[in-house]
Write a protein that binds this ligand. Structure first.
Ligand code: HEC
Ligand code: HEC
Length: 231
């Protein structure tokens, strides 16, 4: 996965540092053992091997590790509970970034606090990889077509697609909105507008800054109505 460190300073810096520190540790270890002086190409190959090995080791523990998550976020991350987001099909980096922000106490999600505190960097990475790989499904809530139409016009004016993509499937640190639960979208947009999500992307806060509650409702119905699988 390519990481562009220029965007979303906080999110990218934290997640990138997390990844880079693990790789740096592994490289230092091998350099010590081999008497130092590894060439650049060898370093690059090593990074790939180290990351690959970590992910494979974690895949085996996935069922145990993701079971408590599925208790709230639904089977394979397809939420059926009000105000709890679906995780299936979210971009890998978005999930990892949010979990990292939660574990470090920046984004505060009380019901998850104790759970994320005990997770290692490798656990976060494995969970992100797992939930991002599950094909997303649309929410089963009733979508109001009139609201969705009004939301589409608002989204067009606010250029939501420039970050979340025209399919609203999300990318990098920007979440999937397509198919997400309407109640959660409404809740998340209200929190973002009212600066109630510490550590959130400032461009996102600016994008929703002027929206009324009625606008947010329309945007939520629109976003939930757009569904395009990325996997
Ligand atoms: C007790 C219920 C509960 C459990 C268990 C739980 N979560 Fe959550 N999670 C939530 C709630 C509620 C939110 C929404 C927080 C908010 O309102 O901003 C959330 C949000 C998230 C988000 C942010 C998603 C987004 O779209 O903003 C991620 C990622 C996440 N959880 C991953 C996990 C993972 C991985 C696990 C297992 C290690 C887990 N959760 C376990 C309740 C839970
Ligand atoms: C400049 C890029 C950008 C634009 C424009 C933008 N967003 Fe976002 N959006 C983001 C990022 C980044 C996040 C992740 C927030 C965080 O850091 O917690 C986000 C988060 C969200 C969330 C929270 C979803 C979740 O799962 O937690 C919703 C809902 C959302 N955006 C909807 C919108 C809508 C609707 C618009 C247009 C009115 C919009 N966004 C415009 C970048 C953007």
């Amino acid at each position: 996965m390519l990481i562009d460190c220029r965007r979303n300073a906080l999110g990218y810096r934290t997640a990138f540092a997390l990844r880079a520190s693990r790789i740096a540790r592994a490289i230092r270890l091998v350099e010590r053992r081999s008497g130092g002086g590894l060439r650049a190409a060898l370093r690059a190959a090593l990074c790939t091997v180290v990351l690959g090995a970590a992910l494979q080791a974690n895949a085996a523990d996935m069922t145990a590790i993701s079971a408590p998550c599925q208790g709230c976020h639904g089977e394979q991350g397809h939420s059926v509970i009000a105000n709890i987001p679906s995780l299936a099909g979210q971009p890998e980096f978005f999930i990892m970034n949010q979990l990292f922000l939660m574990r470090e106490g920046v984004r505060r999600v009380e019901p998850m606090k104790a759970l994320v505190a005990g997770l290692s960097d490798d656990d976060l990475q494995a969970l992100a990889k797992y939930f991002s790989s599950v094909p997303p499904k649309p929410s089963d809530e009733v979508i109001d077509p009139e609201l969705a139409k009004r939301g589409a016009a608002l989204a067009n004016r606010a250029r939501c697609a420039s970050c979340h993509l025209p399919s609203l499937a999300g990318q990098e640190q920007m979440p999937r909105l397509a198919g997400q639960r309407i109640d959660y979208l409404r809740h998340a947009l209200t929190d973002l507008r009212d600066s109630q999500r510490p550590g959130a992307d400032s461009n996102m806060i600016a994008a929703i800054g002027a929206a009324s509650d009625a606008d947010i409702d329309a945007l939520a119905h629109y976003a939930a109505s757009v569904f395009a699988a990325t996997h």
